[in-house]
Design a protein around this ligand. Structure first.
Ligand SMILES: NC(=O)c1ccc[n+]([C@@H]2O[C@H](COP(=O)([O-])OP(=O)(O)OC[C@H]3O[C@@H](n4cnc5c(N)ncnc54)[C@H](OP(=O)(O)O)[C@@H]3O)[C@@H](O)[C@H]2O)c1
Length: 258
C-alpha cells in the first residue's frame, strides 16, 4: 500500500474506468499517494463508490460520468477536471472492453470496430487532449493499460479484437513515448496481470461453446485456484512506478513485488 509520495502528492490525475476493478484500485492508490483523482466511466453508482472511498480516507476525488467513446463527453469531462482541480498531470487510460469473444467468422464486425474505438482510439484521443498542458508544464505521466496478450497474441483465441487492440495500444504508447522523449512527459504501458475483476467474471459467465472450452476452463481454473491478483495488488505496482522518469516501457504487474 502506498503512502503520500513527494512526486505524486498534489498532482491532478485522471483514471478512465475508475469506477471498479483495476481502475478503482489505481484511483485509490493515487489518492493515497496524495493526488487529486478524477474517475471517468459510464456507471454512476460505481464512480460514486470510488469517490466515497477516497473521501472517507481524507482524499480528494471527482466523478466524471462519460463514455470514453464520445469525444464531446470527453471534452466536457476534461473541462470539469480543469475547473475543479486544474490541468491533468497524470492520465491512466484503463477503460477497455474484452468483447467481442467468439469465433471470428461469427463476430459482428461493428462490435470488433467498436472495441478498437474504446480500447485504442479513445485512449489516444484522451492523451492528445491532455498533452498540451503536460508539455507546457514539462511534466506529465500517461499510462496505457494493456494486457499480457500483447506479448502473446495467441494466448486467447476467439478474442481477436482484444488481442488486436492491446497490440495497437502498445505500439501507440511506444511510438508516442519516443516522440516525447526529453519533454518531461512519459508514456508507458501497464500489463496488470490476471486480476479478480468484473471483466474476469464476465468471461467466466460466457458460454464455453462460444468462447471455446479451453479458454473458459482456464479462466474458471485461475479463479478457483486463487491465482488472480486483487485489483489493489495490481494497481500498487502501477502507482509505485509513476514517480520515476522511465518512458516507453512495458510495466508488468507480475514482474513487480505486489
Ligand atoms: N482483469 C484482468 O485480468 C485484466 C488482465 C489484463 C488486462 N486488463 C485490463 O485492465 C483494464 C481494466 O480491466 P478490469 O478487469 O478492471 O475491467 P472491468 O472491471 O470491466 O472495468 C472496466 C472499466 O472500464 C470502464 N469502461 C468500459 N467501457 C467504457 C466506456 N465506453 N466508457 C467509459 N468507461 C468504460 C468500465 O466502466 P463502465 O462500464 O461503467 O463504463 C469500468 O470502470 C482494461 O484495460 C483491461 O483490458 C485486465
Amino acid at each position: 500500500m502506498q503512502t503520500s509520495n513527494a512526486v505524486l502528492s498534489g498532482r491532478v490525475a485522471l483514471v478512465t474506468g475508475g469506477g471498479r476493478g483495476i481502475g478503482r484500485g489505481v484511483a485509490l492508490g493515487l489518492a493515497r499517494a496524495g493526488a487529486r483523482v478524477a474517475v471517468l466511466a459510464r456507471t454512476v453508482p460505481e464512480l460514486a463508490a470510488t469517490v466515497a472511498i477516497v473521501h472517507e480516507h481524507g482524499g480528494r476525488a471527482l466523478a466524471l460520468p462519460a463514455d470514453v467513446d464520445d469525444p464531446g463527453a470527453l471534452r466536457v469531462a476534461l473541462a470539469v477536471v480543469v475547473a475543479t482541480f486544474g490541468p491533468v498531470e497524470i492520465l491512466v487510460n484503463n477503460a477497455a472492453v474484452v468483447w467481442p469473444l467468439g469465433p471470428s467468422a461469427e463476430v459482428d464486425p461493428d462490435e470488433w470496430t467498436a472495441a478498437l474505438s474504446v480500447n485504442v482510439a479513445a485512449a489516444a484521443r484522451l492523451s492528445f487532449m491532455v498533452l498540451p498542458s503536460m508539455l507546457d508544464a514539462s511534466w506529465g505521466r500517461i499510462v496505457n493499460v494493456s494486457s499480457g496478450i500483447a506479448a502473446n497474441p495467441t494466448a486467447m483465441l476467439r478474442a481477436n479484437a482484444y488481442a488486436t487492440t492491446k497490440a495497437a495500444l502498445e505500439a501507440h504508447t511506444r511510438n508516442l513515448a519516443a516522440e516525447l522523449a526529453g519533454t518531461g512527459v512519459t508514456v508507458n504501458v501497464f500489463r496488470p496481470g490476471s486480476v479478480d475483476t468484473a471483466m474476469q467474471t464476465w468471461i467466466r459467465a460466457q458460454d464455453p461453446a462460444r468462447i471455446g472450452a479451453e479458454l473458459h476452463t482456464r479462466f474458471v481454473a485461475s479463479h478457483r485456484d486463487g491465482k488472480l491478483l486483487t485489483p489493489e495488488q495490481s494497481a500498487t505496482s502501477l502507482v509505485q512506478r509513476l514517480a520515476g522518469h522511465e518512458t516507453g516501457e512495458v510495466w508488468d504487474a507480475t514482474d513487480a513485488e505486489v
